[in-house]
Write a protein that binds this ligand. Structure first.
Ligand SMILES: Nc1ncnc2c1ncn2[C@@H]1O[C@H](COP(=O)(O)OP(=O)(O)OP(=O)(O)O)[C@@H](O)[C@H]1O
Length: 255
């Protein structure tokens, strides 16, 4: 049974005189892919930044698995099982691909300083487990052959997959993807759609997505929230949203 995992209500974000997000409401169920779409400047990224702990919302409630998270910093939000990727891939570019996945686990798993310095058996065990998990994710993403390459030298599509692996290795319940198809070629976009489907099915992760590529959005989403000028216009199934005159008007503008 799917339950509500993330509940956002009355979300408002003001930058000086600009109301970038104006009473946005939506929820994401524990097994769904939920997309936020809208024309440039609609407020999608600002919603993401509020949910992910990068902005403190002006007003509103953000509840993850029954617990309020609005206003918490991003590392605390991550402890509630909510992690994100960025519009412009953010990796430790001078570390290797493998090291990126090890670092992600270190910030997540609490290995004590003393255990680390003394290299106790439990520390060694958790190191080995971290290595094994990293190798599994590199296999899953099809980038194992690049394990020892600097992350910054990977092809862009592979960097995106590594960034998603870096999120997934922390075993989130909600994965937030910020324009994951940007900069990908048509084949990579198709692979991305399959990947999102697979992540949900195999790892039971819910996905919250911002995306401009309509074919990906329509192909992968269970429900879609459409925003314009900071306000929600409608929330619905892909087939309903696609034909909604208000949505078409928002994208095409007034005649
Ligand atoms: N930190 C900020 N300070 C001031 N204004 C901001 C800030 N971040 C966003 N805005 C403004 O808020 C509005 C919404 O921007 P936002 O980036 O959330 O839209 P978006 O829907 O993600 O657009 P895009 O699809 O182009 O990424 C815009 O008018 C933008 O200029």
């Amino acid at each position: 049974m799917s339950e509500v995992l993330l509940e956002v209500s009355g979300l408002t974000m003001r930058f000086g005189g600009l109301l970038a997000v104006d009473h946005v409401e939506f929820n994401v169920k524990s097994d769904e892919v939920f997309a936020i779409i809208g024309p440039n400047g609609a407020g999608k990224t600002t919603v993401f930044n509020c949910v992910g702990g990068f902005y403190k919302p002006t007003t509103g409630n953000i509840v993850m698995d029954g617990k309020p998270i609005q206003g918490l910093p991003s590392h605390k939000v991550a402890q509630h099982g909510l992690v994100r990727t960025f519009q412009n891939v953010r990796l430790f570019k001078s570390l290797t691909v493998l090291e990126n996945l090890l670092v992600a686990q270190h910030t997540h798993i609490e290995t004590g300083l003393v255990q680390g310095l003394l290299k106790t058996p439990s520390f060694r065990r958790s190191e080995l487990e971290a290595q094994k998990r990293a190798a599994e994710w590199l296999d899953f993403m099809g980038i194992r052959e690049y394990a020892n390459r600097e992350a910054g030298n990977l092809a862009y599509g592979h960097q995106r997959r590594l960034e998603i692996a870096r999120c997934m290795i922390t075993q989130p319940r909600l994965l937030m993807l910020d324009e994951p198809a940007a900069g990908l070629n048509p084949q990579e976009k198709r692979d991305l759609q399959q990947l999102i489907d697979l992540l949900r099915k195999e790892f039971g992760v819910a996905v919250l997505l911002i995306e401009h590529d309509m074919s990906l959005v329509m192909g992968v989403s269970d429900r879609i929230l459409v925003m314009e000028h900071g306000k929600p216009i409608t929330t619905g199934l892909p087939e309903d949203v696609r034909t909604d005159p208000r949505v078409i008007k928002a994208y095409l503008g007034e005649e």
